[in-house]
Design a protein around this ligand. Structure first.
Ligand code: NG1
Ligand code: ZN
Length: 548
């Protein structure tokens, strides 16, 4: 057994109080996520993992966020944030999973030992961890369990209280860069608002204010945080009307509201009555996803999802880079298989911007986006951001324009790098970015929507006995197992004009997702249903047969 500062007695005691249930845990697309009442044991173990990760990185501060994002209120989840504000390094996911599934104290201690040995962890270091949580009623109890793990590991920990997920990422990066050349900002919630609002004001300078936007906060943490942000902005410059801001009434979080609801249902959330010409957007429960929408003159609902935001951002930044005379800076876009086919066509055909495809989950998108000078990445569901490479940041900072127009563009680019959260997708920051672009272009949502027309699409879920039998390749666009299923999907797809459909196991829910798009709504629904039925029949469907 290791001699480290980890207090074995406390770990044993914590394991007594927080026994591991008979559940197969896995660190998935977004950490551990499930019904909150199954998460108690996970939390103290995550406390230990966070401490070990910090020790491994010589005491750098690690973040822990407790949230289940857009999932129902009775769910919860936990994810780890690495020192630069990024998601936990992937190689640690397996070990975290192993610890999560260890049941008795001896096994837990031996997994800890093997982590210490594998990573050659210096146990004389001091671990530093910060944590925050969303508005879910299950959070306080889970926080207490997390704290037991952190204490048992001898970590210095700070409770940052109620925060949006991107605020926690911001704080982690600020703490770890404080006092360095690339200090990211003040490590406080206020510092976050100051940074964003100052950049926003610079970008809005001299521009006529647009009509008030309505923001659906899914009755989640985004509501109080957006209210706080508004205090930093003169309402003559920009104003927002917040809907779905009830974080007190049980059962309201994400209920028929929020970015996921609007995206999947393709309709307005509860509490939003759409007036033609007005702008609307929705955050999800932890405020890291954003979608826009509007009603046309005939009252028809139109969605502007993550793909539309990516297109808008790429277009604007490419123009700005050109105007500023720093076109050595290359811009690229990263998408997943869920991106609408029309968006990819628009990006490559019209904007002529390179597009790469990666597997679902922002950790994949983020790393791919780092390969560009300016990497725009968005999942269709509205989770994404724009990354500026250190070289691009330096070019923007040090270039001197030869004309006033070039100087203005450089100032604006500089402000954009501060407005956009560089650590992770951030609904508030992304919304401000969209608002800046629409203001600069004098565009309504409808004008923004003209860029291209989405192919009708449908996302369906099929519950099967064992979703792990679904194995994919080619950025999850093709199945390799169960054998022969992909060929059958191809045969079905070939019958539809502009048809595309793919199937993959969800990393956050116990289900297989089916995506379909085609030339018309009727064809799309028929394609989605046919593929869902196939998955149900050949993949061991459970419960009632799929319906669309
Ligand atoms: P899964 O459940 O693996 O499809 C979902 C989203 C991801 C990502 C994660 C994390 C879709 C189709 N999938 O993952 O994009 O956002 O949740 O929250 O939207
Ligand atoms: Zn979220």
């Amino acid at each position: 057994m290791t001699q480290m500062i980890l207090d074995q007695q406390r770990i044993r005691a914590a394991n007594e109080i927080h026994p591991t249930p008979d559940v197969k845990f896995a660190y998935g697309t977004a950490g551990f996520r499930m019904q909150a009442d199954k998460l108690d044991s996970i939390m103290f173990k995550v406390g230990i993992i966070a401490a070990l990760r910090s020790l491994k990185l010589n005491g750098a501060t690690i973040g822990v966020m407790i949230t289940a994002s857009h999932n129902p209120e009775e769910d919860n989840g936990v994810k780890l944030v690495d020192p630069r504000g990024e998601m936990l390094e992937q190689s640690w996911e397996g070990l975290s999973t192993e610890l999560a599934n260890a049941r008795d104290a001896d096994t837990i201690l031996s997994v800890i030992d093997s982590i210490v040995a594998k990573y050659n962890i210096n146990v004389d270091n001091k671990a530093n961890v910060i944590y925050a949580y969303d508005t879910r009623p299950s959070c306080p109890a889970l926080v207490a369990s997390l704290k037991d793990g952190l204490d048992a590991a001898g970590a210095d920990s700070t409770d940052f209280g109620l925060k949006t997920t991107p605020q926690l990422h911001y704080l982690v990066k600020c703490i770890n860069t404080k006092g360095t050349n690339d200090a990211y900002g003040e490590p406080t919630e206020e510092g976050y608002y100051v940074k964003l609002s100052e950049a926003f004001k610079t970008l809005m300078k001299g521009k006529p204010a647009m009509p008030t936007i309505s923001v659906d906060c899914a009755n989640g943490v985004g509501a109080p945080k957006l209210k706080e942000f508004l205090k930093y902005i003169d309402s003559n410059v920009w104003s927002a009307n917040i809907v779905n801001d009830d974080i007190k009434t049980p059962g309201k979080l994400n209920y028929n509201a929020g970015a996921d609801y609007v995206k999947v249902q393709q309709k307005a959330p509860l509490g939003a009555v759409l007036n033609a010409g007005d702008r609307y957007c929705s955050f999800d429960g932890d405020a890291d996803r954003l979608v826009y929408y509007y009603a046309d003159d005939a009252g028809v609902f139109h969605l502007l999802d993550g793909d539309k935001i990516a297109g808008l951002a790429a277009m604007f930044i490419m123009d700005l880079v050109k105007t500023a005379g720093v076109d050595s800076i290359n811009v690229g876009v990263v998408q997943t298989a869920y991106a609408n086919g029309s968006s990819t066509k628009y990006l490559t055909g019209q904007l002529k911007v390179p597009v790469s495809f990666v597997s679902t989950g922002v950790k994949h998108l983020h790393h791919e986006a780092e390969k560009y000078d300016v990497g725009v990445y968005f999942e269709a569901n509205g989770h994404g951001t724009v990354l500026f490479s250190p070289e691009a940041l330096n070019t923007i900072k040090t270039s001197e324009g030869r004309t006033p127009a070039q100087n203005t563009a450089l100032t604006q680019l500089q402000a954009l790098t501060e407005l956009i959260n560089q650590t992770v997708g951030d609904a508030l920051s992304d919304m401000l970015l969209v608002e800046v672009i629409l203001t600069h272009r004098h565009w309504t949502c409808q004008e923004w929507d003209q860029a291209y027309t989405d192919l009708p699409n449908r996302l369906a879920k099929v519950v099967v006995a064992d979703r792990t039998i679904f194995k994919t390749t080619d950025a999850e666009r093709r199945l390799v197992e169960p054998q022969g299923l992909q060929q059958e999907i191809d045969t079905i797809v070939s019958k539809y004009s502009n048809g595309r459909s793919f199937v993959r196991a969800s990393g956050t829910e116990d289900a297989v997702r089916v995506y379909a798009e085609a030339a018309t709504r009727t064809e799309t629904d028929s394609l989605a249903l046919a593929v869902a039925q196939l998955v149900y029949d050949r993949g061991g469907g459970v419960g009632s047969a799929p319906s669309i």
